[in-house]
Design a binder for this molecule. Structure first.
Ligand code: SF4
Length: 117
């Protein structure tokens, strides 16, 4: 269940409407004045193509998806690797630099949430 920004929620809703899907979100609050939401996914993500095993909104997916398996704890600023990721479970802990694209997405989130001075 990714944590997303308001404009990402709007974009996901528009995409869902185009496809006749219904999505669910919950407002989590604010971090440094930036509203964040929980995208509530019950079971498979409706944008996941189970046949090809690919995300069908790759270019439009939220930063939380782009940075996965990196996960940011917005309260502490700590970053960890999610064990929900099969690759992580199979390959074990790795340094952050082994995830360049995900790290780039993470940095966008960090800057957006003003977690750096
Ligand atoms: S990466 Fe794509 S398929 Fe996976 S949760 Fe995000 S939007 Fe859904």
């Amino acid at each position: 269940m990714p944590t997303i920004f308001h404009e990402e929620m709007v974009r996901l809703k528009e995409e869902a409407e185009r496809r006749g899907l219904k999505l669910s979100f919950k407002r989590l609050g604010e971090v440094n004045g930036v509203e964040i939401y929980r995208w509530i996914i019950d079971g498979w993500c409706p944008f996941f193509d189970r046949k090809s095993r690919k995300c069908t909104i790759h270019e439009k997916k939220p930063l939380a998806c782009k940075m996965f398996p990196l996960v940011l704890d917005v309260k502490t600023g700590n970053v960890f690797l999610s064990e929900n990721c099969l690759w992580v479970r199979q390959n074990g802990p790795r340094p952050l630099d082994d995830f360049p694209a995900e790290k780039k997405a993470l940095m966008k989130v960090v800057v957006r949430l003003r977690l750096v001075p």
